[in-house]
Design a protein around this ligand. Structure first.
Ligand SMILES: C[S@@+](CC[C@H](N)C(=O)[O-])C[C@H]1O[C@@H](n2cnc3c(N)ncnc32)[C@H](O)[C@@H]1O
Length: 276
């Protein structure tokens, strides 16, 4: 792939992005030399980075599976990434064919790739910035996207492996407007690098090298959070069993029948699903 045009114009393939580094770690093909170089720098510091990415995807799929089984039919996937196997709409539709998914990502490559696999079906992909929640809510209510996601009915909002890109001084302003707008019966899914687990598993040099790869190659600052900080992001939502836990401990039995699953791996990420 050498060029890709989007509504935003041509994409700078000379600079790595988080979406494309992550795509490479998952074994995808929507990445370019700059992304692969950044991924290899990361893999040098954290050789199990691929397992961490896969463990996160498997958690996301288990969470969607459980929420579809509880009756949720609308999914808003914020920072959805480049499609891989077992995407949110595939998992949800396997349980409830009338499910609807809106994928939102800031990376035009992710949006183009999502639209290619959605091919005019009932789901949609939007190039958007979840750190501007008011703008996103306006877009959802004032456009034809309201036919995909009706905010007056229950919606599951997914923040998987995205909030560590939001600094502490912005996190509440990013989360609260969407969380507080959700109708009764809605859900939130969060997965996030755990401050405690990262500190336990890696020495300071490794952490600072990994952070500097994202800073230098993808202009992204990584913020680690404690369970107390993560729990607070759910506001008045109630966290479902088994709680806010290492991703591999969240309903691991559900990975069995998943055709895409590999064994859940240890990962320095924690996650939870909560409902209102
Ligand atoms: C590590 S990937 C996670 C992808 C997916 N959520 C998952 O868990 O598999 C992070 C994604 O968030 C996207 N992202 C980062 N900042 C964003 C923003 N402000 N608005 C929308 N998407 C964003 C990146 O482009 C990337 O695709």
């Amino acid at each position: 792939m050498t060029d890709q045009r989007t509504a935003a114009g041509s994409v700078d393939f000379g600079r790595a992005t988080v979406a494309r580094i992550y795509d490479y770690l998952l074994g995808g093909e929507r990445n370019f030399p700059a992304d692969r170089a950044a991924a290899h720098q990361l893999l040098q510091a954290v050789p199990e980075a691929r397992d961490i990415a896969w463990s996160n995807r498997l958690f996301l799929r288990r969470a969607v599976h459980v929420l579809a089984e509880t009756g949720i039919r609308q999914f808003l996937d914020l920072g959805s990434g480049i499609p891989t196997q077992g995407n949110v709409h595939e998992v949800a539709q396997a349980i409830a064919p009338d499910s609807r998914v809106l994928y939102v990502d800031i990376d035009p490559v992710a949006v183009v790739a999502s639209n290619e696999i959605l091919m005019g079906g009932p789901h949609r992909a939007l190039e958007g910035d979840f750190t501007q929640p008011e703008l996103l809510l306006d877009t959802l209510t004032d456009s034809d996207l309201a036919t995909v996601i009706d905010l007056n009915r229950p919606v599951a909002v997914l923040y998987c492996a995205v909030l560590q890109q939001v600094p502490d001084n912005r996190i509440d302003a990013v989360i609260a407007p969407i969380r507080d707008r959700l109708a009764p019966g809605s859900a939130m899914v969060i997965s996030h690098l755990s401050a405690a687990d990262v500190t336990d598993a890696y020495d300071e040099t490794t952490v600072s090298t990994a952070k500097s790869v994202f800073r230098a190659q993808a202009a992204t600052e990584i913020t680690l959070r404690t369970d107390a900080q993560l729990g607070a992001l759910f506001g008045d939502f109630t966290i479902m069993a088994p709680g806010l836990v290492p991703l591999s401990d969240w309903r691991p039995e559900l990975s069995g029948p998943d055709p895409y699953a590999t064994a859940p791996t240890r990962s320095p990420m924690h996650g939870a699903v909560a409902t209102r």
